[in-house]
Write a protein that binds this ligand. Structure first.
Ligand code: F6P
Length: 327
């Protein structure tokens, strides 16, 4: 294979740049020409590509975001957009493509694979919701960002004897919220995978108050059954009875902008190189991922048709450690 392309797609995630660096340098190491496609699948539709060199990926290991930019392309999803993308790949002489992104990006990769393009996917999302890998590129950094934020919020919560509802990203997946809640010692963790009622949140506040706690932290995944506004309104109406004044914080996009952690840089570097190794060895139509300490590959068809299950025993663990009497 003489010429390959790399694109990043969907929501950006910390670690995309170390991934690009590794993939570009691995490709150059094989003697390939490497092009970067700007702004994901939209760049393929628009034929927006740039030659990549050793130097073009210098100094980016520690930078969040993606130097190739990213997008959620509606056009690529259309028949005409797909045809334009195929034309760009032909005109540019791109013989193999590496796609880094989340589930929507893997669906796009599958569509190209079905059109005969040699494509290798890699998991890049803070949601950690992809089948075929234990961990995605971005989630470790996002988790550390969320924990830092919760630690800071707890400080002000304790000073004011307040309860805080903290909304964490994750789309329909509760992974980030669950892990953040465990690592930051939240009193309650609300995730889509575990139904709850508003009274359950009130009961946690009530119990924290009775135990003499100066704060009560409730982490709420953005995809949870009730959003923070609804929970906050409900709790505020019962403030006198519960004893805590309630506030909420939506952490939002700061969760995507953190400086990649050491773990992230290493994961991204391994997977960036592995994706290009696949193309070089004639393996395609797969996504690279990790299982244990090993890099693995999973067919894209399986990645997009199966769900990454959340280990709900961790939710039980968090609950029992927070309040051992609920065991
Ligand atoms: O998939 C990553 C993610 O950050 C989700 O957690 C969130 O629901 C979504 O992207 C936000 O998307 P956008 O950047 O399009 O607002």
């Amino acid at each position: 294979m003489k010429r390959i392309g790399i694109l990043t797609s969907g929501g950006d995630s910390p670690g995309m740049n170390p991934f690009i660096r590794a993939a570009v340098r691995r490709g150059l190491g094989y003697g390939m020409e490497v092009v970067g496609i700007i702004a994901g699948y939209q760049g393929l539709c628009d034929s927006n590509v740039r030659e990549m060199t050793l130097r073009s990926v210098g100094g980016i290991l520690d930078r969040a975001g993606t130097i190739l930019e990213t997008a959620r392309s509606d056009e690529f999803m259309t028949r005409e957009g797909h045809r334009k993308a195929l034309r760009t790949l032909n005109e540019q002489g791109i013989e193999g493509l590496v796609v880094l992104g989340g589930d929507g990006s893997m669906r796009g990769a599958m569509a190209l694979h079905e059109s005969g393009i040699r494509v290798v996917g890699a998991p890049g999302t803070i949601d950690n919701d992809l089948y075929g890998t234990e961990i995605t590129i971005g989630v470790d950094t996002a988790l550390n960002t969320v924990i830092d934020c919760i630690d800071m919020i707890r400080a002000t919560a304790s000073s004011h004897r307040r309860a805080f509802l903290i909304e964490v990203m994750g789309h329909h997946c509760g992974y980030l919220a669950l892990m953040a809640g465990i690592a930051a010692g939240a009193e309650m963790i609300c995730i889509p995978e575990k139904p709850f009622e508003l009274e359950d949140v009130a009961a946690v506040l009530d119990h924290a108050y009775i135990r003499g706690k100066a704060h009560c932290i409730v982490v709420v995944a953005e995809g949870a059954q009730y959003n923070v506004q609804t929970i906050e309104k409900y709790l505020q109406e019962r403030q006198q009875e519960l004893g805590f004044d309630v506030r909420s914080s939506i952490l939002g996009y700061i969760q995507r902008g953190g400086k990649p952690t050491a773990y992230e840089r290493i994961l991204a570097t391994r997977l960036g190189a592995a994706a290009v190794d696949c193309l070089a060895s004639g393996t395609h139509g797969v996504m690279v991922g990790v299982s244990g300490h090993q890099v693995i590959t999973t067919p894209l068809a399986e990645v997009i048709s199966r769900r990454q299950e959340l280990d709900l025993s961790l939710h039980d663990l968090a609950r029992t450690l927070e309040d051992p009497q609920t065991r």
